[in-house]
Design a protein around this ligand. Sequence first.
Ligand code: NZQ
Ligand code: ZN
Length: 385
Amino acid sequence: MLNFDFYNPTRVIFGQGRIADLNKRVPKDARVLVLYGGGSVKTTGTLNEVLANLGGRVVVEFGGIEPNPTYETMMRAVEVAKRENIDFLLAVGGGSVIDGTKFVAAAVNYDGDCKDILTSRGMKIKSTLPIGVVLTLSATGSEMNNGGVITQLSSHTKSAFFHERLFPVFAILDPTKTYTLAPRQIANGVVDAFVHTIEQYLTYPVGGMVQDRFAEGLLLTLIEIGPKALANPEDYQLRANLMWVATMALNGLIGAGVPQDWATHMIGHELTALYNIDHARTLAIVLPSMLTVRKEAKREKLLQYATRVWHINEGTDDERIDQAITATRQFFASVGVETSLSGHGVGIEAIDAVLAQLQAHKMVALGERRDVTLEMSKDILTCCL
Ligand code: NZQ
Ligand code: ZN
């Protein structure tokens, strides 16, 4: 096992009715900025429930954070936070709202050009505002991690940033708040959580027995409940398990002490920035091709994945690996998610366009061994067509 630090200070407040705990968790004298997306929290009633539980605190609202939140929008929220002397941020939404809120938390007191936060991957962050979360979409794990992803519209650049101070102070996870999600968003959540797990599991063995078994548990749970969660929108147990799986898939636990890949995510981010394909859908396109092209480098873990996750025990090693990759593709299809670029109407022109973006963003040595060169990314993208 590799050496590691594991640190996660986020209090998870889980279960039906837990929004009532806001009154206990947000400081009584806080000046709160409540941030949300395009309006689902209004139609579902979640925003009203949140406001009611903030009692007499000073509350300012900032709505309109778009999926794949932009720097341009979030800078407007930074202005509001400064003008209103906000000292607590409350994100009510999915990954986009939480990530946008993390950017505001880092930018409000930033002394300089806030784009630095993105270009330095967060290394220049010095002080932040505290963040609380009310989660409405299970997918990214942002509710219990210290990262965010922001798009600069001007340059089609999707940048990740991280900082130890950006863990939310608390995250309220009420599974009933996900009943209103469209099937497309549930499917996205299943795929995103699956690929987060794979990025930290399907690399090369280092003897991380606990991490491997945790990761396999998450993958098996997603395979078991993913299609069911789509078919049964108001099944509490299914939504509760999906919510907890997605949080556990990216809160640092399964990635501690093991190599991590993330090449699928980096290429996927470029596809979102260029073609506006949903984050999870880009991952479903890239991952099967990534595994196919990097079969040799990932051989041992692919065989473990075939046996323990898909129960594939017959055939030669090569056949079992191919079957595991096919099973992965079929799993994404089973929740209605396309696994090719052509399925999104994107053709061969994407290859050069994505390669140019990867080069511009210095994504030229990706993966757990930093051996995913531009040339290899070209092979992967070709396989995605
Ligand atoms: O904007 P509103 O009207 O609220 O609608 C949203 C949005 O259109 C809707 N929605 C959310 N909760 C709902 C709901 N509709 C009905 N009922 C509810 N309860 O869902 C749509 C998508 O929301 P979004 O927040 O964009 O989805 P998701 O949670 O998948 O977040 C995606 C973003 O997270 C980033 C992605 O790159 C992308 O920008 N990621 C963040 C990560 C992190 N911070 O750790 C890691 C991930 O790999 C990912 O990159
Ligand atoms: Zn993701």
